[in-house]
Design a protein around this ligand. Structure first.
Ligand code: ZN
Length: 78
């Protein structure tokens, strides 16, 4: 079952996620109800996490979202 028309990597902050996540791994600011978020890889340790959509870039090569800072660092090395 698709979660919606935004795809499996995109969602919005609902009440349950708000309680569970508290802050964004990318900018460390608290989430607000209804914020658009994406599951992204980043500079933090561990698995992909939900961060604000505008702080992530979609990487077509890996078919996944990457934190903006992390993405540019990766491209800079190429
Ligand atoms: Zn954020």
């Amino acid at each position: 079952m698709p979660v919606g028309d935004r795809g499996h990597l995109k969602t919005i902050i609902d009440r349950e996620r708000l309680m569970r996540l508290k802050t964004c791994a990318a900018c460390h600011r608290p989430f607000n109800l209804g914020d658009p978020v994406v599951l992204a890889c980043g500079a933090w340790e561990g698995p992909p996490q939900l961060i604000h959509e505008n702080e992530a870039i979609y990487d077509k090569e890996s078919n996944a979202y990457v934190e903006r800072k992390c993405f540019s660092a990766k491209k800079g090395r190429l």
